[in-house]
Design a protein around this ligand. Structure first.
Ligand code: NAD
Ligand SMILES: O=P(O)(O)OC[C@H]1O[C@H](O[C@H]2[C@H](O)[C@@H](O)[C@@H](O)O[C@@H]2CO)[C@H](O)[C@@H](O)[C@@H]1O
Ligand code: MN
Length: 468
């Protein structure tokens, strides 16, 4: 079997250690000859790079591993670029999330005004990154997680028209399935999902059993509504404290399902449909940024430093020998647990896509792709997150059909906002920038938009492009 070369862009990402572990677990399904990390922050990346040196030395015989800040070194001779950069870093995520609260608006990483500011940084960063990758490895697959994925997808659609090996993905929809499918005795690999929406604003409308073709979403909805109090208590019991973001999110999500019990929504829909409730989860003094720095970043980097200090994982409390031996079978049987307090479905979802591509397996995978009639009553230019069959040459979208009035109204408004923002970035247009912020359901008011934009401009300094 061919052995592949992979570069992880954003090597200093808190998700990289989990990704490295998964690559060790999947040596048979996704055999590698080379793994490189690439980042613009050498110091941050070195924390993960030193960890990767130990893990790969212990568990990946013959693999060539390195980490660099040099694009030429990073992008020469690669088959897959796995992208998880954070343009502007966590410091500006803090600004994205705190500034809107100053004006009574939700501060969130990818939604609302914070997501728009994030998009203003991510678009130029991603366009440069793709250009750099294409310069050295024109045929490499670029699988992108960098957010805000909806805005990045809209911008890269325009900047790289026809680039069928540039794919934007999100781990939220599979995470929603991981939370609910077990209620009907299923897991993700048992079903073909039918989903539509923009990234972080979508709905599952059918869940087709891969054996029988039967739509099991009605069964799942019946189960949820029939056992609502029991599930609510179960989800509530998972909340360990006021900063336990995901269990709190999924409790709100369960209540949203009860209000709109005909489809399975994305958790991010909560921001748009329940803005008062989601606004109240945070404040100008404390947002998700604080929880991530105190939580995932602290835990993951602490672990990386410990393993680097030990110089080995084999024979220590971090030994993965048994787990690797057990898991080397297949991605499909991969349990979602990992040794890290951080993420699970994040790495698994991306590698599942890659394995489908290298095997030309045409697995059903949610990715962002141009509408062009998939949902005929939505703007044809929308970068819709829909089910595509992932093959070696391209990802082929499944048709969805007309969407209902409620979802159509929400998505057309959100797309107008995202499209205007990308217009503003490409045209350096102050007017379109103000229109994009004012259009957004979480801003709505031009006076508020002007104040938020002014504060974002000050906070972003040189990271904020010229608008006139
Ligand atoms: N699509 C999804 O569903 C999904 C899921 C989880 C995380 N993410 C995204 O993945 C990214 C990483 O998340 P994180 O919390 O680990 O971030 P992080 O801040 O921990 O790490 C991001 C890394 O990217 C680096 N970076 C920034 N700009 C870069 C550039 N131009 N070139 C190379 N490296 C660059 C930073 O120096 C940093 O080391 C974020 O954009 C996050 O929003 C997306
Ligand atoms: O607030 P963060 O940095 O913890 O997470 C923001 C990201 O949240 C989603 O990714 C989730 C993922 O869906 C969940 O299963 C688990 O792995 O945690 C991830 C992040 O913690 C969302 O899809 C991303 O776009 C966000 O960046
Ligand atoms: Mn996402």
């Amino acid at each position: 079997m061919k052995r592949y070369s992979v570069v992880i862009c954003g090597g200093g990402s808190t998700y990289t250690p989990d990704m490295i572990e998964l690559l060790c677990l999947l040596q048979d399904s996704f055999p590698l000859r080379k793994v490189k990390l690439y980042d613009i922050d050498a110091e941050r990346q070195e924390i993960v790079g030193k960890f990767g040196e130990v893990m790969f030395r212990d568990y990946y015989e013959g693999l060539e591993f390195s980490y660099t800040t040099d694009p030429a070194e990073a992008f020469e001779d690669i088959d897959f670029a796995l992208v998880q950069i954070r343009a502007g870093g966590m410091g500006l995520r803090n600004a994205d999330e705190k500034i809107p609260y100053k004006y009574g608006r939700i501060g969130q990483e990818t939604c609302g005004p914070g997501g728009l500011a994030y998009g203003i940084r991510s678009v130029p960063a991603m366009i440069q990154l793709v250009k750099d990758i294409r310069r050295y490895s024109p045929d490499a697959w670029i699988i992108n997680y960098a957010n805000p994925a909806a805005i990045v997808a809209e911008a890269t659609k325009r900047a790289f028209p026809g680039d069928t090996r540039l794919v934007n993905i999100c781990d939220m929809p599979p995470d929603v399935l991981n939370h609910y499918l077990p209620f009907i005795g299923k897991k993700r690999s048992d079903i073909w999902p039918v989903y539509f929406g923009l990234n972080h604003f979508g709905w599952f409308t059918r869940l087709l059993d891969r054996k029988t073709g039967e739509d099991v979403l009605p069964e799942l909805m019946d189960y949820i509504l029939g056992h609502y109090d029991e599930i609510h208590a179960q989800f509530k019991a998972r909340i360990t404290g006021p900063t336990d973001h995901w269990p709190i999110t999924f409790l709100d999500h369960l209540e949203m399902i009860r209000d709109f019990p005909y489809s399975l929504p994305n958790t991010y829909n909560l921001y748009y449909l329940y803005p008062d409730r989601t606004y109240g989860h945070y404040s100008i003094d404390h947002t998700r940024y604080d929880e991530v720095v105190e939580g995932r970043e602290h835990e993951v980097f602490g672990l990386c430093r410990k393993v680097a200090e030990l110089g080995h994982m084999i024979g220590t409390e971090y030994d993965l020998t048994d787990k690797i031996a057990q898991k080397r079978a297949s991605i499909r049987d991969l349990g979602v647990e990992t040794v890290y307090a951080a993420n699970d479905v994040h790495a698994a979802y991306l590698v599942e896509l890659v394995i489908s591509i290298i095997n030309n397996a045409h697995e059903p995978t949610l990715v962002m792709t141009e509408n062009k009639g998939i949902c005929p009553n939505l703007d044809p230019g929308m970068m819709l997150e829909v089910t595509c069959l992932a093959g070696a040459q391209e990802l082929m979208p499944l048709q969805v059909g007309e969407v209902p009035a409620f979802e159509k109204g929400l998505l057309e408004n959100q797309y107008a906002c995202e499209k205007l923002l990308v217009d503003a970035i490409f045209e350096h247009s102050d007017m379109k920038l103000l229109q994009a912020f004012t259009e957004n359901r979480l801003v709505r008011d031009a006076d508020v938009a002007k104040k938020i934009i002014a504060d974002f401009k000050a906070a972003n300094g040189s990271e904020w492009p010229e608008f006139h």
